[in-house]
Design a protein around this ligand. Structure first.
Ligand code: BG6
Length: 480
C-alpha cells in the first residue's frame, strides 16, 4: 500500500489506526508493506513515531506485538507528489519491495491528499507505468472526498481518471459507508421479511434524515469557505443514507447490483428548487463543551461570510415506491447534540379506534435507525397506559448495538480498507452514483445563493427550517 499524504491528518487519525486494527484481527497479510509518501521532513522512524504518538492511548499498549509487527513493515519516502521524479523513485522502490517481500507487484495507492491532487497524481502514476495491471498483478486507487464540487467537475474528474484507469481500479471513498450502522441498513431492510412490505408510499408518511454535529469548522475554515454544508455533506454522506433507505431491493448482493440500485434511487430525485432549501450559519453560543465562537470568527473565515454551516432540504423521489412521500434532510455544525439518524414516520391509522379520543391524540409510529453516536434501531408505538382509564402512551422498543455486541476498537475505515484489498467495491461509489448525487443538487448550486439564516450555536438550527417542514415538525435532536 502506498499512502500519499502519509504525514497528514487523515493518515494519523483514521488510516493508520484502521490498519493497526486490521492487523490485530489478522486481516493484514504477512507480506504487506506500507510505503508512506509525503513532502514532510521525516524518515521512517520519525514518521512511525509520530503515528504511534497520535494513536488513541487505549489502542497502543507498550508490549503490543501486533503493532510492532505492523511498524516493522512500514517505510517512509520523502517526495513531492507534483514531481515526476517522485514516481520514478516510487517505481524503483515498489519493484524492490515486490522482489523482497513477495507482494506480486499488487499495489493499493491511497490518495489521502487534497482533492486538487487527485487527477494529477493519477496522471503521474500512469505516466510512470504504475497503474498498469500486467502479469496478474493488480493496481487500485483509493480516492477520498470531495469528488468534484458540482456536477460538471465530477464528470470531468471521472473522465480524467477514466483515461488512465479502468473503472474497476477506482475506489471512491465515502467514509459514511464504513460505519457499521450504515452497512446494517441493507441487512435490516432486505434480511428481514417484516419491514419491506411497509417500506413504501402506502405506509410511510415522510422520512427525516439528520446529520447533526456539535463540532464547528475546526481548522478547516479555508476549505469550508469554498465548500459549505450543502456541498460538504449532502451529495456524499447524506445521500448515501438516502440511497440506502430509498433503493429498490437489488437483484442480487453483488457490488454492481447494489450500487446500481443505489444510483437509481438518486436518479429519481426531482430537482429541488430554492423553496426546498434552507441555509443557516452558526453564531456564537453555548454547547456542552462551553461557549463557542461564531462561524465568522473562526480562523480563515471572512468576517462577512455568507457560507452555510447548516442546510435543510425537502426532496421528492419520482418513482412508484416514493411518489408523494417527502424526504426531509438536514445537516449542520454546532448544533445542540451530535446525532445522525434516519427516521421513518409511518402514516396514522385511518380512524380513531377509541370513541373518547380523536386522531390528534394518537402518538406517531416512528422507526428510527440511529447511525451515531448510540448505534441502534428503535420503534415507537402506542400502548395502553396501565389503569382503569383507556389512555394511550407512546413507548419505545429500543435495540442498541452495544447491548448485543461487544464494542471493538473501530475508526470506521477498517472495512473500507480491507474491502479495497479484496476488491469488493460494494461500499465504494461508482462514477454514476457520484454524478447522480451532484446532479440532484446542481439546480441549487447553480442558482444564486438563498438567504443564509443565522442560528445560535448549541441549538437545532434556524427557525426557517421549521417552516420548510410544515405541517410536520422536525424530530427533537435528543432522539424523541
Ligand atoms: C466529512 C466532512 O466528510 O465528514 C466534515 O467534510 C464532517 O465536515 C464529517 O464533519 C462528518 O463525519 P463523521 O464521521 O464525524 O460523522
Amino acid at each position: 500500500m502506498v499512502l500519499f499524504g502519509a504525514a497528514g491528518d487523515l493518515a494519523a487519525r483514521l488510516i493508520f489506526p484502521a490498519l493497526h486494527h486490521l492487523n490485530r484481527t489478522g486481516l493484514i497479510p504477512q507480506n504487506f508493506r506500507l510505503l508512506g509518501v509525503d513532502l514532510a521532513d521525516h524518515d521512517t522512524a520519525s514518521w512511525t513515531g509520530e503515528l504511534v504518538a497520535k494513536l488513541d492511548p487505549a489502542d497502543a499498549g507498550q508490549d503490543d506485538a501486533s503493532l510492532a509487527g505492523l511498524l516493522a513493515r512500514m517505510e517512509y519516502m520523502r517526495g513531492d507528489i507534483g514531481e515526476a521524479g517522485t514516481y520514478r523513485r516510487l517505481r524503483a522502490r515498489l519493484d524492490a519491495i515486490a522482489g523482497s517481500f513477495g507482494t506480486n507487484g499488487n499495489v493499493l495507492f491511497y490518495l489521502a491528499v487534497a482533492d486538487r491532487f487527485f487527477a494529477p497524481t493519477v496522471d503521474f502514476l500512469a505516466a510512470a507505468g504504475l497503474t498498469a495491471q500486467t502479469d496478474g498483478q493488480w493496481r487500485r486507487v483509493v480516492i477520498e472526498k470531495p469528488f468534484g464540487h458540482d456536477l460538471q467537475s465530477a464528470i470531468a474528474l471521472n473522465r480524467r481518471l477514466g483515461q488512465t484507469l479502468d473503472e474497476t481500479q477506482i475506489f471512491r471513498m465515502d467514509h459514511f459507508l464504513g460505519k457499521e450502522t450504515v452497512q446494517n441498513i441493507l441487512t435490516f431492510r432486505f434480511g428481514n421479511g417484516l419491514f419491506e412490505p411497509l417500506w413504501n408510499r402506502d405506509r410511510i408518511d415522510h422520512i427525516q434524515i439528520t446529520a447533526a454535529e456539535t463540532v464547528g469548522v475546526e481548522r478547516r475554515g479555508h476549505f469550508y469557505e469554498q465548500t459549505g454544508a450543502l456541498r460538504d455533506m449532502v451529495p456524499s454522506h447524506v445521500f448515501q443514507l438516502l440511497a440506502l433507505t430509498a433503493m429498490e431491493p437489488p437483484v442480487n448482493f453483488s457490488a454492481d447490483a447494489i450500487r446500481r440500485a443505489k444510483a437509481d434511487a438518486l436518479c429519481a430525485i426531482r430537482a429541488p428548487t430554492a423553496q426546498d432549501l434552507v441555509r443557516g450559519q452558526y453564531r456564537a453560543g453555548t454547547i456542552a463543551q462551553g461557549r463557542v465562537a461564531a462561524y465568522r470568527d473562526e480562523p480563515d473565515v471572512a468576517a462577512d461570510s455568507d457560507i452555510e454551516t447548516y442546510v435543510a432540504l425537502r426532496l421528492s423521489l419520482d418513482n412508484w415506491r416514493w411518489a408523494g412521500v417527502p424526504f426531509y434532510l438536514r445537516t449542520g455544525k454546532r448544533m445542540s447534540r451530535r446525532t445522525t439518524e434516519i427516521a421513518i414516520r409511518f402514516k396514522d391509522s385511518p380512524m380513531a379506534p377509541f370513541a373518547q379520543q380523536d386522531l390528534d391524540a394518537q402518538g406517531p409510529n416512528w422507526l428510527v435507525l440511529t447511525i451515531q453516536p448510540d448505534e441502534g434501531i428503535s420503534l415507537q408505538f402506542d400502548v395502553k397506559r396501565p389503569g382503569p382509564l383507556v389512555e394511550r402512551a407512546p413507548v419505545l422498543m429500543d435495540f442498541k448495538y452495544k447491548d448485543w455486541f461487544p464494542p471493538e476498537p473501530n475508526v470506521g475505515y477498517e472495512t473500507l480498507i480491507y474491502d479495497v484489498m479484496i476488491a469488493d467495491a460494494t461500499l465504494f461509489q461508482m462514477a454514476e452514483q457520484v454524478q447522480a448525487g451532484w446532479r440532484a443538487v446542481d439546480s441549487l448550486l447553480a442558482a444564486p445563493a438563498a438567504a443564509c439564516h443565522p442560528y445560535r450555536a448549541g441549538t437545532a438550527g434556524p427557525a426557517a427550517a421549521d417552516r420548510l417542514i410544515r405541517p410536520r415538525t422536525w424530530r427533537n435532536l435528543t432522539g424523541r
